[in-house]
Design a protein around this ligand. Structure first.
Ligand SMILES: Nc1ncnc2c1ncn2[C@@H]1O[C@H](COP(=O)(O)OP(=O)(O)OP(=O)(O)O)[C@@H](O)[C@H]1O
Length: 272
């Protein structure tokens, strides 16, 4: 274990309030065993990135955590309760923004939809304006999704996730479908939003740079059948900056370590 790593069972639980805990989480599709027993915990306020080789089951893991998919074994515990269906205080932002917003509703209406059961009608406009402002879409709430760029639609999807004040935001490769410049803007946006709303974030990505830049911690998955390969603390200072943070020697060290782990996982997967 290097100085930047912690045991996967204890990282995130040493000095904080555990919000989400995966206990020996397993998932198979028929005979195809994808998750072979994944264990980790996430503390309130943390920003945790999950990386792993393609096909290691990152999306599967996130869907099990969100209660959108039943695990084959083990469990996820969220705020003390086993996740058996999508919890009300958990929001998910998916990669495919074009399908996550309802095209016949304006951005404001899309954002209001999940708020209906939680906030009285009179409180909603102020809250919607606040989240739109935070994601850089102030004044754009009257637009329909199809009138906006991909980056704007993903901002709207993030705003919708935030609007009903979830305790945790799960994001599944949310920037994979946007161009490189928009992706950089959205990475900084998500760090800002996390500061503005003090939200716990679990962020799945295949991009090592993105994981190190965003995360307080990076969980590296092995290849399928998947377990946690390493749980790596990211002690880089905040606020992060696309140029200065990425120029730090510690950034390069973390990046190389994760790259090496993923290469190892890929080579083991290919000879299995
Ligand atoms: N509904 C399903 N039915 C059967 N197999 C599935 C299903 N969903 C995913 N799989 C398989 O499970 C494995 C893991 O898929 P998953 O999408 O979770 O991995 P991933 O790490 O997110 O992949 P990528 O990085 O390529 O997006 C893949 O081999 C995939 O084909």
């Amino acid at each position: 274990m290097t100085e930047t790593t912690l045991n996967s069972r204890t990282a995130g639980s040493a000095d904080g309030d555990v919000l989400l805990e995966l206990e020996n989480l397993q998932k198979s599709y028929g005979e195809n065993r994808i998750l072979a027993g994944v264990d980790f915990s996430i503390c309130r306020g943390e920003f945790v990135c999950v990386v792993g080789p393609s096909g290691s089951g990152k999306t599967t893991l996130l869907r099990c955590m969100a209660g959108l998919l039943d695990p084959s074994g083990g469990r996820t515990v969220f705020e003390g309760d086993e996740v058996l269906e999508p919890p009300a205080k958990l929001a998910v932002v998916f990669q495919d923004y074009s399908r996550s917003l309802l095209p016949w509703m304006t951005v404001e209406q899309n954002i209001e939809l999940p708020m209906r059961n939680k906030f009285p009608k009179t409180e909603r406009p102020q809250r919607i304006a606040q989240v739109l402002e935070s994601v850089g879409l102030a004044g754009k709430g009257g637009l329909y999704p199809w009138q906006m760029s991909g980056g704007m639609q993903q901002r709207a999807a993030i705003a919708r996730g935030l609007a009903y004040q979830p305790d945790v935001l799960l994001m599944d490769e949310p920037f994979a479908a946007v161009d490189a410049q928009t992706r950089i803007d959205l990475e900084d946006l998500v760090l800002k939003v996390r500061r503005d709303f003090d939200t716990t974030v679990v962020f799945v990505t295949h991009d090592i740079d993105e994981a190190v830049y965003l995360g307080d911690r990076v969980i590296v998955l092995s290849g399928a059948p998947t377990t946690v390969s390493e749980n790596i603390e990211v002690p880089l200072p905040h606020p992060r900056h696309q140029v200065t943070t990425k120029s730090l020697p510690e950034y390069a060290k973390l990046r190389s370590r994760i790259f090496e782990l993923i290469q190892n996982a890929k080579s083991h997967a290919s000879i299995r």
